[in-house]
Design a protein around this ligand. Sequence first.
Ligand code: ASP
Length: 331
Amino acid sequence: MEHKKHILLLTTGGTIASLPGGDGLEPQCSGVMERELEQLRTFYRITIKDVMCLDSSNIRPEEWKQLARQIYTLRGGYDGIVVSHGTDTMAYTASAITFMLPGIDLPVVFTGSQLPLADVLSDGPDNLRTAFAMAASGVSGVFLAFDRKVMRGCRAVKVRASGFSAFESVNATYSAQVSNLGLVINPAALPPKNGPARLWDTLCEDVFLLKLTPGLSPRIFDTLVDMGYKGIVIEAFGLGGVNVLHQGLQGIRRAMDAGVNVVVTTQCLYDSANLQVYQVGNKLLELGVIQGRDMTSEAAMTKLMWALGQNMNPAQIRDLFATDLAGEITL
Ligand code: ASP
């Protein structure tokens, strides 16, 4: 008989493990996943650990750290790890874990569902099966599996609030897809190798994600400095435009003079910011902002939280954003 791959399932809550309660869906422990896991045991040896039991709206950087430590310390005895997680903030967690576990030496695959496993029509069984197949693939890295597609965790974005095709791999091809051939891995879309596995779990939580809107007061930047923010990711317009008239740039300059690291991405979901194209972008470059290029906002934010957590200075942070650590940026 073929040797079964040993997969560790870390559960964190989310819809996939929810049951209806008096106030709506409430996350439970892995017990409610048992019927589906029983099926999967035909193919895999499964060990389960309930790490937390939360709607992912309640997951904070503190929980990312807890999860990163569990993955790092427990990984030794397994072929792969599946993390079940609420879909709402799963892209943030998957991005953060990517940076906190450089060089991770086994597959770590996040998944969840839009309809609880307890529902006969749930998308959860499919998502779990894809996640387990990826976890058993021997391909190292942090991934997110959903709707028969697997993407790098640092490229995932939740694009649908209720549709089953809830996640897309933004500005990057899928790492694997399910077809009539089984799980087909795309070797060109796997994370780059990044040294031995390490746990670098210090994060700076003082990072703000700011979506520009027409006419936004530049005083917002002074408020963020006063509040103690050390990093700001600006979702600028289109290719990376900001309002440079009406004191628009001065607010950013004051924040940078106060030592705040400013990364500029685009509020468009697809394609890359390119500050060189327009005068309004070049003015930003002259100020010395860091280019987020085609990173998702989730990845830009968590990379900055992680860089500041490692006590990097502005020059080191600039270099880091000009480096592709895990397939999060196209240079
Ligand atoms: N609110 C849920 C969560 O993120 C949604 C889901 O899991 O689909 O935990």
